[in-house]
Design a protein around this ligand. Structure first.
Ligand code: FES
Ligand code: FES
Length: 160
């Protein structure tokens, strides 16, 4: 089966990959080590594989890797680091919005996309913004509280 070469950046790192036409962005990212992008339903139903593609949150399992040629991709590791957490990450820890953690990378990515677009979301905006991210553990309340608190923190601190 034929392969061809594409280029994109992931969290600021340039990547050159030989890909096949049917390979998804999710499978390709994990193949080259970005395993923080979680592989779960592979049908667009859970949001665990969410990444930012040129700043827009997408489910990487629904994107062919070829569609990402030339794009900038951000995974949860590019949103914040252990030493410099994004307010969403800080508040998820603070409010107890992480239990098993499997959904957390996708939640962080979706919440960042939401707050980038809408810095003062209502509870309904947050629920809508995270509607594509399933969490089997937390019951969502603490996640929604964390995103609200992150919005306040970003407003007060001018943090992003
Ligand atoms: S693995 Fe992509 S939405 Fe579930
Ligand atoms: S914390 Fe376990 S799935 Fe969300």
């Amino acid at each position: 089966m034929s392969t061809y070469e594409i280029k994109f950046s992931v969290n600021g790192n340039d990547e050159i990959l030989a890909v096949r036409g049917e390979e998804t962005l999710l499978r390709a990212l994990r193949r080259v080590g970005y395993v923080e992008v979680k592989l779960s339903c592979e049908g667009g139903d859970c949001g665990a594989c969410a990444v930012l593609l040129d700043g827009v949150a997408v489910n990487a399992c629904l994107v062919f890797v070829a569609q990402a040629d030339g794009c900038e991709i951000t995974t949860v590791r590019g949103v914040g680091t252990e030493d410099d957490l994004h307010p969403v990450q800080e508040q998820l820890i603070e409010k107890g919005g992480v239990q098993c953690g499997f959904c957390t990378p996708g939640i962080v990515v979706s919440a960042k996309a939401l707050l980038d677009e809408n810095p003062e979301p209502t509870r309904e905006d947050i629920q809508r913004g995270l509607a594509g991210n399933l969490c089997r553990c937390t019951g969502y309340k603490k996640i929604f509280e964390a995103v609200s608190a992150a919005a306040r923190q970003m407003k007060e601190g001018g943090d992003s």
